[in-house]
Write a protein that binds this ligand. Structure first.
Ligand SMILES: Cc1cc2nc3c(=O)[nH]c(=O)nc-3n(C[C@H](O)[C@H](O)[C@H](O)COP(=O)(O)OP(=O)(O)OC[C@H]3O[C@@H](n4cnc5c(N)ncnc54)[C@H](O)[C@@H]3O)c2cc1C
Length: 434
């Protein structure tokens, strides 16, 4: 049975609908069927099997947004600020992820990763990255010279590179589904097509004081506790229980190019540039995929809709919401020219190929076609600073002690998902006195 078929049968048996049902009651409701929500619900069920827990997801399937639209990389934790939760959870999450994938026979490849310096001025930056990676506890990384780059990637040129042997690739959508299957096997419930629209406290004193509502035709749910992991909507969901408007989620679309099948031989491993410290994103890279495709990119442009995957996906409300935000205006002032270049590279992809030719000179514009895209939930403060680490929020009012919002679960949230789930479970257990 192919993975896709296996995944279809799994999802068919795991996902339920609440349409036409009466009022529901749970101990804990987790909002969001992305990788963070599914991993967290599973972990909570493992640590407290007696709790009656449900996931509610607004789409008809799981992992429809960030968790199913990403580069599919198991990151080693090289880039992130030492001491940050992001660094710690990535390094911890990588080992947990490999163990989980082995245990559950989910296919992955340890392709490794090269971060390649092609100009002399990039070498000190590469060395700083190496020191940072060592501080973060990344295992078996090394700095290699141009000759050794060719041993790993015969078509790649560079002066020096950081080689990370434990970086890998996997289908994170499949992993999300597997967490959900596991959760359901342990007695959890997953309800799809249930967009949460309101959060209230029960009118009379109740054992289940958190009331959540959805669109008409779907029943109300009452819960003792509510945990939200809503990705691109996390700030809006948090505001439903009285949280502040910031950090705000600004959606950035990343567009990939696809290497034509006859040119896939050019790329075996993940090839990344040395990030330019003047800019907030990692830079376009080469990513082999589990199905044999090779993706190039992504760039980063403002998405005109929170969940808008093309230039034609426009929500006037979402667009106005983003560009009227003071933080976004400040970011545009600071990185305006970078933004324009990214937009240009998105429209005229020959410009993106030019960047990639620095690493594989024989790559031609005719070797690529337009590929898929993903939208990143970029949390931003009112000063226009990108919020790099995790943010949790409680809200206000009588149910604040019953609610925990994950407002920011930054990339690489998929790699870190099992470590994130442990952290959120510990936080929820303490806060809710479970
Ligand atoms: C382009 C791109 C490339 C990336 N590459 C990598 C990578 O290679 N490796 C890696 O580790 N990470 C990568 N990441 C990051 C990773 O994908 C995310 O960190 C991770 O998927 C976040 O998971 P999540 O569950 O928080 O969000 P999501 O997957 O977005 O899930 C949130 C869920 O909440 C649901 N929801 C929202 N509102 C409601 C509502 N009102 N009611 C009910 N449900 C609701 C949504 O429908 C969604 O399913 C990448 C991200 C992007 C965008």
């Amino acid at each position: 049975m192919s993975n896709a078929t296996r995944s279809f049968f799994r999802s068919a048996s795991t996902l339920s609908s609440l349409a036409g049902k009466g009022k529901q009651t749970f101990d804990v409701v987790v909002v969001g069927g992305g990788i963070v929500g599914c991993a967290t619900a599973r972990q909570l069920k493992i640590s407290r099997p007696e709790l009656n827990i449900a996931i509610v997801e607004k789409e008809k399937k799981l992992a429809v947004h960030q968790s199913g639209h990403n580069s599919g990389v198991l990151h080693a934790g090289i880039y992130y600020a030492p001491g940050s939760l992001k660094a710690k959870l990535c390094v911890e999450g990588l080992d947990l992820a490999y163990a989980y994938l082995d245990e559950n026979k989910i296919p992955y490849k340890k392709t490794g990763k090269l971060i390649v310096a092609v100009e002399p001025l990039e070498i000190p930056r590469l060395n700083n990255l190496y020191k940072r990676a060592l501080q973060n506890g990344c295992r078996d990384i090394e700095i290699i010279d141009g000759k050794r780059i060719k041993e790993f990637e015969p078509h790649c040129v560079g002066l020096q590179a950081l080689w990370s042997p434990h970086t890998g690739i996997v289908d994170w959508g499949l992993v999300t589904q597997s967490y959900a299957d596991d959760f359901v096997k342990r007695g959890g419930k997953v309800f799809v097509d249930y967009p949460l629209t309101e959060i209230h406290s029960a009118s009379e004193s109740s054992d289940h004081p958190v009331v959540i509502k959805s669109r008409s035709g779907l029943p109300e749910i009452q819960a003792k506790y509510l945990l939200t992991c809503a990705g691109l909507q996390s700030d809006r969901i948090a505001q439903l229980s009285g949280c502040s408007t910031t950090p705000k989620i600004v959606p950035f679309r990343g567009e990939y190019l696809l290497l034509k099948p006859e040119k896939r031989y050019l790329v075996k491993t993940n090839i990344y540039p040395v990030p330019d410290p003047r800019f907030p994103f990692l830079g376009v890279h080469f990513t082999p995929r589990m199905n044999g495709d090779v993706w190039l990119g992504p760039n980063a442009v403002l998405a005109y809709k929170r969940e808008g995957y093309s230039y034609f996906d426009v929500s006037p409300t979402d667009l106005f919401d983003a560009i009227s935000f003071r933080g976004m205006q400040k970011l545009m002032l600071k990185y305006g020219s970078f933004g324009v270049q990214e937009f240009y590279r998105g429209v005229f992809y020959s410009a993106q190929v030019k960047q990639l030719q620095r690493f594989i000179p024989e790559l031609k514009v005719s070797d690529v076609t337009r590929g898929p895209s993903g939208v990143r939930a970029q949390a931003m403060d009112v000063e226009g600073n990108l919020v790099e680490d995790f943010v949790f929020d409680d809200g206000e009012g009588p149910i604040a002690s019953r609610v925990l919002h994950v407002r920011n679960a930054p990339s690489p949230g998929a790699t870190s998902s099992l470590a994130i789930a442990k952290m959120i479970t510990a936080k929820a257990t303490e806060k809710f006195n479970l």
